[in-house]
Design a binder for this molecule. Structure first.
Ligand code: NDP
Ligand SMILES: O=C(O)C1=N[C@H](C(=O)O)C[C@H](O)C1
Length: 268
């Protein structure tokens, strides 16, 4: 017996994440691309643009999208903070669940997402990769076990085209350490006569180089011992598969705020 595919709209469909989503969704029997929204490559067939052949879905702006024709069960957003409020408001008006992967959001956008979650299902995560979500759990455990006496340094490395720094994932890792130990403040890089390192400080370092898809290391150092927990993405597929799983999970859920933890728990 065949079940209906989950109808997915992409916001930021012609970006690095969007194009890989078009490719992996085309090979995933659970889902169907029904809307490809971007401000670039308007009018192109999204499948042709992604190299998987015609899908009959043209790239268009949100304003031009015919919602009654597309009937998305969920939207996935990997665009830019300046565009995320628009897709959130659109999904809220249309009662469409939304997965937000865009990072670098302002505090008031977090509030908008929380307000939207009172009316529609909203899943946000700075990192959709299963492995990174395991890293987050391990970092919480390590921080609690190492204690506030351990010097914590977070190093993230990304491609030269990334627009926000530090990465959303690195900021989340810092929040996890802070929650486990009360450590802080966060110190971004160091330069000049900074003096001895105070206890509790969390050092944050953003490397931008080449085409690196994303790496995160959290270092815990005490006298005589250093523990490092790292994740290295070899390509974007882990983020993309997580985002598809998130959209499949979210379609048909009641309104509320969801995270990748809900998705991963549901898959066990
Ligand atoms: N949560 C996660 O797991 C991950 C999150 N990310 C985050 O996702 C976001 C996108 O990353 P990435 O795909 O690499 O970025 P890209 O810049 O490659 O893609 C973003 C796409 O969105 C388009 N866009 C920008 N503004 C608008 C707008 N106002 N309306 C419509 N489309 C718009 C861009 O068009 P144009 O090219 O014209 O600017 C581009 O096509 C980033 O915030 C990144 O940090 C990335 C990977 C994983
Ligand atoms: O912009 C990217 O590429 C990535 N951004 C996310 C972040 O800011 O944490 C996740 C991933 O590392 C790739």
């Amino acid at each position: 017996m065949s079940t209906a595919r989950i109808r997915i709209g992409l916001h930021g469909a012609m970006g690095r994440m969007g194009l890989r989503l078009v490719q992996l969704m085309a090979a995933d029997p659970r889902v169907e691309l029904v809307a490809a929204v971007d401000r670039s490559r308007l009018g192109e067939d999204a499948g042709v643009a992604a190299g998987v052949g015609p899908l009959g879905v043209s790239v268009q702006t949100l304003e031009a999208l015919d919602l009654n024709a597309a009937r998305p069960d969920a939207f996935i957003d990997f665009s830019h903070p300046s565009a995320t409020s628009e897709i959130t408001a659109y999904c809220r008006r249309g009662r469409i669940p939304v997965v937000v992967g865009t990072t670098g959001l302002e505090a008031d956008q977090g509030e908008q997402l929380s307000a939207a979650a009172a009316e529609i299902p909203v899943l946000t995560s700075p990192n959709m990769s299963r492995a990174v979500n395991v890293l987050m759990k391990l970092v919480g455990q390590a921080a609690a076990a190492m204690g506030v006496e351990a010097d914590v340094e977070i190093i993230e490395r990304h491609h030269r085209l990334k627009k926000d720094a530090p990465s959303g994932t690195a900021l989340r890792l810092a929040e996890i350490v802070e929650a486990a130990t009360g450590a802080g403040p966060l110190v971004h890089g160091r330069e000049g006569q900074v003096g001895e390192r105070p206890r509790g400080e969390i050092g944050m370092h953003a490397v931008r180089a080449g085409d690196c898809p994303g790496e995160h290391t959290v270092m815990f150092a005490v006298g005589g011992d250093t523990l490092e927990l790292s994740h290295r993405a070899l390509n974007r597929d882990g983020f993309v598969r997580g985002a598809i799983d998130a959209a499949v999970f979210l379609a048909g859920k009641p309104p509320g705020s969801y995270t990748m933890a809900h998705v991963l728990e549901s898959a066990r």
